[in-house]
Design a protein around this ligand. Sequence first.
Ligand SMILES: [Zn+2]
Length: 87
Amino acid sequence: MPNNAKNLRKCAVCRIHADKSEMIRFVKTKDEKIFLDRSKTADGRGVWVHDSAECIQKLIKKKLLNTAFKCSVSESLYEELDGKREF
Ligand SMILES: [Zn+2]
């Protein structure tokens, strides 16, 4: 699938590459705000994760956003994720 290569992103949880359409994106903006980027196009450093219960649960349990963004992510973001099954 060479034509789609540019749409591939690596999941921060399982490290497997997948198409953007199968993933959710988190972003850290210049002013250090971290949030779920529903548009997938927000400015800033992006972290991609599979839009699957398995990867999202692991992300929450191990607080992998802290690792991915190399900073401390607010509990409320994890709680928001935990409360949602659909994105
Ligand atoms: Zn994954």
